[in-house]
Design a protein. Structure first.
Ligand SMILES: CC(C)(COP(=O)(O)OP(=O)(O)OC[C@H]1O[C@@H](n2cnc3c(N)ncnc32)[C@H](O)[C@@H]1OP(=O)(O)O)[C@@H](O)C(=O)NCCC(=O)NCCS
Length: 328
């Protein structure tokens, strides 16, 4: 018989950190290229401005900055990290995994390091995996990063995506805990809707001499997110053994302010629940959106340590993941 790994009875998020690119891009800078208006963008999406990465603000650079903040917040040294998981769809280098480069730049002690592709839901997938790793014994502390530089794959002339997608990084440290700090994940995929958000096959794009821009069929995605995801959020609450009135914070993926509101309505969240609205100033940063929104709520004193938050994210695949967590 071989020995089985043994981990901590429970895990929790010990700290979070974010990186917001320096350049603020208001709607007025975008509207001419897509024949739109500030008012249309605000009323249809809730976005007022977003951040766009400069040349030096690479996926790696933004991830390292967010990770340092998360490690500080957690009070954990980089040498205590056994695994680095990076969720991204915009690191435009197939291999090696950017996680290994980030771990090296941070000065980590040879941790496991790999990337995952679950689009806007990637961070919540990473948190679910980290929870299982800590509890299962394959890692003691895990660094989970959600990062995007979507400007590289977003067509500035595309009316359906140019005003939505933006750049940034968010990170969290997950480690052992005496009490449950991360509830059961509710996750899944609807692969029959794969063509709703996608980039083209690289070889097809090269042959056609076209940039492999991200495309999105916004309206069906909107309807899917606003209706199907409320059920997923509800199930995450049930699996964590809590009801909506026991929830303190709601941190959904920042895809569209109207989706945020529709989810809160469908889930009948009481008015006392504090809702993340980071999209107004950050746009949709895909895998970075949930950790950035959570970080802002903590920094602004809206989310307090020990409170209970529901995270839910969804995106290309289509894929989704939700879990209840204790705020670090
Ligand atoms: C993209 C999105 C904001 C568009 O809003 P919408 O209400 O669905 O808009 P529609 O595509 O139905 O278009 C409505 C009208 O606005 C027009 N329009 C579309 N894009 C526009 C733009 N950027 N500026 C101005 N007008 C625009 C359309 O031409 C259409 O005009 P018509 O009524 O005269 O035909 C919305 O679909 C959305 O947020 N989708 C989900 C995005 C998302 O969650 N993505 C990420 C998942 S990870």
């Amino acid at each position: 018989m071989i020995s089985a790994p043994t981990g901590s009875p429970h895990a929790r998020i010990l700290g979070v950190g974010g990186y917001r690119p320096r350049r603020v891009v208001p709607n007025s800078e975008i509207v001419d290229l897509i024949d739109s208006s500030d008012e249309w963008i605000r009323t249809r999406s809730g976005i007022v401005e977003r951040r766009r990465a400069g040349e030096d603000e690479t996926v790696q650079m933004m991830s390292v900055a967010a990770s340092r903040k998360a490690l500080d917040h957690a009070g954990i040294g980089i040498d205590q990290i056994d695994c680095v998981v990076v969720a991204t769809v915009s690191h435009l280098r197939q291999t090696p995994a950017v996680a290994a480069l980030i771990a090296d730049e941070l000065g980590a002690d040879h941790p496991a390091a790999f990337d995952i592709s679950a689009a806007c839901a990637g961070f919540c997938h990473g948190i679910a995996m980290a929870n299982d790793m800590v509890r299962g014994g394959s890692a003691q502390n895990v660094l989970v990063i959600g990062v995007e530089r979507l400007l590289d794959i977003t067509d500035p002339h595309d009316r359906g995506t140019a005003f939505i997608f933006a750049d940034g990084a968010g990170a969290a440290v997950v480690g052992p805990s005496d009490e449950p700090g991360i509830g059961p994940v509710v996750w899944g995929s609807d692969g029959d809707k794969a063509d709703m958000i996608q980039t083209p096959d690289w070889f097809d794009a090269i042959e056609a001499k076209e940039t492999p821009w991200l495309t999105m069929d916004g309206n069906p995605v909107f309807r899917w997110a606003a209706f199907a995801m409320a059920k997923v959020g509800q199930e995450a609450l049930e699996k964590a053994g809590i009801t909506a009135d026991q929830l303190d914070c709601f941190v959904p993926h920042q895809a569209n302010m109207r989706i945020v509101d529709a989810l809160a309505r469908s889930m009948k969240l009481p008015g006392s629940v504090k809702i993340a609205r980071d999209i107004a100033t950050m746009g949709n940063t895909s895998a970075a959106s949930v950790p950035l929104a959570l970080e802002r709520m903590i920094e602004e004193g809206q989310a307090k340590s020990g409170e209970i938050a529901l995270l839910i994210a969804f995106g290309a695949g289509l894929v989704y993941a939700a879990q209840v967590v204790v705020v670090p």
